[in-house]
Design a protein. Structure first.
Length: 353
């Protein structure tokens, strides 16, 4: 991925640092004989790809924006086949949902014993928590990746709605939302990111309202993975000051060694719990209808020491809880450095940080 120079002012005179960073990816910078190998390596943490033709050269290009709770990718890709395997699911932390709007081309999907041809102009929800296979002609598409951590409250509903077209008129509404986002995303500022995430959440809830069929489909094997069970337990018990490795081991019936291994790639159990607590507090500070005291919000999310909470909050976001409350700041700032891989970009991490 390439990183544009964000030091220049925007045409309207505003500070470009308030704008979203655009990341670009392309295989055209590689020799024709190396293009497919480059793409295969680039997306390898997510899917395993096979070139659909024997000709030399493989073109893939697109733009991407890190929206915190969401990741936006607009791409044009040559024909290929790809699959998400159980080994990739086991070895990676990428269990995101992906809302895919197909704009041009043909895309056939195989998952859970079902085969689906996605119509051009339709939006379909996919999940990288489950294995699948797909075959595609040259396609142009827009994909919104939804982090499971940030949409846990909708997990069963979303898992119950994967691999099927968004029903009825809501498909048109969601497709128009994605297209509108594509038109204006280059003008968005950091302060406007929550509006995008919240609007999409509202639309998805309306389009994928729980039904008996959806809830049954949502009770898939993802619920049996140790990390997912631990994550759900953490979110459910953020208000408990005693939440930690010992309580999680007791609740899940696993050893500390097993638990530490699961959270190793996320910086450890304690760090993960602290991140989720801070994120819950910041979300409350963003809420214009939440008038609770800062100390009450902190205590309600497991922080018992006000001074320690303030220090952790400032270290995570670069400003104090009171500043976040006064300005209703958005609790996420994209990394200044370009990602070295697709997985770094999607997981919002950088090597060495």
């Amino acid at each position: 991925m390439e990183l544009p120079d964000t030091r220049l002012p925007n045409r309207d005179g505003s500070d470009s640092r308030d704008r979203l960073r655009k990341d670009r990816f392309t295989t055209s910078t590689q020799p024709a004989g190396d293009q497919f190998a480059y793409w295969k390596s680039f997306v390898s943490p997510l899917v395993d790809v096979t070139q659909a033709t024997s000709r030399q050269g493989f073109l893939a290009r697109g733009t991407a924006y890190d929206l915190g709770k969401l990741h936006y990718v607009s791409a044009v890709v040559d024909p290929l086949s790809y699959q998400r395997t159980q080994a990739q699911i086991r070895d990676s932390d990428m269990d995101h949902w992906a809302l895919v709007l197909l704009q041009e081309g043909r895309l056939r999907w195989h998952s859970g014993g079902k085969v689906m041809d996605q119509p051009v102009g339709s939006a379909v929800l996919r999940s990288f928590a489950f294995p699948f296979e797909a075959n595609a002609d040259t396609t142009r598409s827009v994909t919104l990746f939804l982090s499971r951590d940030n949409f846990m409250g909708m997990a069963e509903m979303l898992d119950g709605s994967i691999d099927r077209p968004v029903p009825g008129t809501m498909n048109n509404i969601i497709s128009e939302f994605v297209l509108s986002l594509s038109r204006y995303i280059g003008r968005l500022t950091m302060a406007e990111i929550p509006i995008v995430a919240n609007s999409l959440s509202v639309l998805l809830k309306a389009a994928m309202a729980p039904t008996v069929e959806n809830l049954e489909a949502g009770a898939l094997p993802i619920s049996s993975s140790l990390f997912d069970m631990a994550r759900r337990n953490v979110i459910k018990n953020l208000s408990n000051p005693e939440l930690g490795p010992a309580s999680l081991c007791r609740a899940l019936g696993v050893s500390r060694r097993q638990l530490y291994y699961v959270f190793e790639r996320r910086g450890g159990i304690a760090k993960y719990i602290r991140q989720r607590r801070l994120a819950a507090c910041h979300e409350a500070f963003e809420d214009l209808t939440d008038h609770r005291l800062i100390s009450t919000i902190a205590y309600g999310n497991g922080f018992t020491n006000p001074g320690q909470f303030s220090r952790h909050f400032h270290a995570a976001y670069g400003y104090s809880p009171s500043e976040a409350r006064e300005a209703r700041l958005f609790g996420y700032t994209p990394h200044k450095t370009a990602p070295a891989s697709f997985s770094e970009w999607l997981l919002q991490v950088r090597a060495g940080e």
